[in-house]
Design a protein around this ligand. Sequence first.
Ligand SMILES: [Fe+2]
Length: 506
Amino acid sequence: MTQRQTRRQFLSSGLAAAAVWPLLGSVRAARFDADPFALGVASGSPTTQGVVLWTRLLFADADPAPADSFSFAPAPQHPPMDVAWEVAEDESFSRIVQSGIETASEALAHSVHVAVDGLLPDRWYFYRFRCGDALSPVGRTRTAPADDAGNARFSLAFAACQQYEQGWYSAYRDMAERDLDLVVHLGDYIYEKSYGAQHVREHGTGAPSLLFEYRQRYALYKSDPDLQLAHARFPWLFTWDDHEVVDNYGGDGSPTDRTPASFLKRRAAAYQAWYEHMPVPPLAAPDFGDFRIYGNHRFGTLLDLTLLDARQYRDPAPEAPQPAELSRYTMLGKVQEAWFDRTMREKKAHWSLIGQTTLLSARDLELGPGTRYSDDGWDHYRSGRERLLESVRAANRSNPLVIGGDLHAFYAADVRTADGDLVASEFVTGSITSDPPAAEALDTVMAENPHIRFGDASRHGYSLLHLAPEQARVELVAVDRKDPEATASIFEEFEVLDGVPGVTRA
Ligand SMILES: [Fe+2]
């Protein structure tokens, strides 16, 4: 494409109004053989005045390896590229409110993270990127309501566990059609390993351990059009679970890596690739050996969302679950626990949503007398659970709600302390695609754990949370993960009433 053609295209699409475009040097010079925006666009971390925009330039020769190869070749070198971005009030970009240029470089996989500021609260905005002759898809995003907004409605979707081989992402196509303010992803965004039967598609490469391998895996997952659709439609927030790095890791301990030192290298590579593919705030001085992702996000007077990191700082799992009074084992780490306690006391909205990776409530897995617990969940860190619940209880939060994922089953539970005090209501979302546990295992959970009020491991999909001052409503959405054309349906609804902890079927 010549410069003249480029300029005419700018004029015809109304882009000439943006002062930024004529300044682009390498942006205009660059040409691509294939669409560099093939991984789509995304936004996240909404605040009252801004949002983070994301994309990553993908080069044709760095595409995900074909399914039959097991590639150890690093991606070839590409120079730094200028990427222009625009934010507008309207989808046709006639009212542009912010624009700029970011340099995308190979050190961070040509990813782009733009922290847009100076926007108005509680508004939809549209955004797009340009690099050379390539224009990205248009994304839509929304800022958070002002802290004192008195907002009466907020809807979000929460999702987890999307093993690429085990199903299609039809759940995300359905999600994209809904009227939502936010999407929260609770972990297992990628899977490092292949497992299970009846795959609908293949990773095509083995478990990643090096940076370029994790990048390939993310690029493969993010090439999915339905996932891209949901990212382009709403702002997202995240925490991660284990499969973003390796199954069942905790802190510097991994079941599959020989030494903490070698594992920490692998973990840093995985964290870097995560950063490079997520719409999370840009890092001025990235240190993927110590990467804080936990935080508190406010949405007016109605909602504040605390997202926890249950992997990076956890003690290696103790041999057996510890009685609360005997143990200092921690899933969150001392620093995050102290931060959580402060946050509970200081940041109070009407609904206090706590997003973490898995089921917070106790879950006895042994049918009949005796008890048995997962060695990867809160039951192995029960003193940490008690401290977390004590922070919630002591802060006197009006309506604590807990959401999680990880278990590949939908659960609704009354969250109780070890001494039986009902503190919060909990919802665990089923997997987008990942294989479920056996039906008998779910039956045992339901028989042994009366505080778990609902469980379903037969369905896949995601969950919706609709908040109003008087109630929270949770809808569970199911979709046939093996059918690429599947449509979704709501199969169960719950209510939590204002001031009344505990789950009620709607
Ligand atoms: Fe999972």
